[in-house]
Design a protein around this ligand. Structure first.
Ligand code: ATP
Ligand code: MG
Length: 200
């Protein structure tokens, strides 16, 4: 059975933490493909201004061009309103009926996933690949995985991704302050940001 990883996020901008997570996910869980899907409007960030969807998409496309297993989808950008993961996963499953879908997320997202819209469907119908993130204990994640499993029967895998202390928030902060970001994002993405004068 084909295995597809779906990674949602704001990707404002995409960084090495996202890339390392995606690569560890396809390597360790044997995925055929990872689809990154930038949110048009993230439910928990509705009051925050982001770079345009187009810019966030193009930065992801630069990354997808460097990795055969990674693709980017415009699905959430092309749909009106708030982007809900359960609707996106429904559509991805409709497009890939024979595939097993894994939602890939970092520790911070997984610890809150049972508060997301339509959590019953989300956790009942799909499997999860979880990456650690600095500031979160593996024991805390393992406990949450157990709770989610007993409540929803969810299959989840904790992968051994390198813990990178990188966030888009920190990158935006550094760019606004004129500080270097070259160790946090791939060179083509940094070039794109500078050419389009983003996050200044
Ligand atoms: P922001 O600071 O704007 O929230 P972010 O760096 O957290 O940005 P998001 O777009 O919010 O990035 O995250 C998308 C997904 O990637 C989430 O599931 C998040 O947990 C995961 N992720 C982000 N950064 C890392 C990282 N350094 N290590 C592991 N997972 C990460
Ligand atoms: Mg985040």
């Amino acid at each position: 059975m084909k295995k597809i990883g779906i990674m949602g996020g704001t990707f404002d901008p995409v960084h090495l933490g996202h890339i390392t997570l995606a690569e560890a996910a396809y390597t360790e869980a044997g995925l055929d493909e990872v689809i990154m899907i930038p949110a048009r409007i993230q439910p928990f960030k509705q009051d925050r201004k982001t770079a345009s969807g187009e810019d966030r998409f193009r930065m992801l496309a630069l990354l997808a061009g460097m990795d055969d297993k990674i693709t980017v989808s415009r699905y959430e950008l092309d749909n009106d309103g708030v982007s809900y993961t359960y609707l996106t996963l429904r559509e991805m499953q409709r497009r890939n009926q024979e595939a097993k879908l894994f939602f890939i997320c970092g520790a911070d997202s997984f610890l809150k996933i049972d508060t997301w819209m339509n959590a019953d469907e989300l956790l009942h119908d799909y499997s999860y690949i979880i990456g650690s993130r600095p500031g979160y204990l593996d024991t805390e994640l393992a406990d949450h995985m157990k709770m989610i499993h007993s409540r929803y029967g969810t299959e989840s895998i904790l992968i051994n991704n390198e813990k990178l202390d990188i966030s888009s928030t920190e990158i935006r902060r550094r760019l606004a302050g004129g500080m270097p970001v070259n160790e946090l994002i791939p060179p083509p993405v940094e070039r794109y940001i500078r050419e389009h004068e983003l996050y200044r």
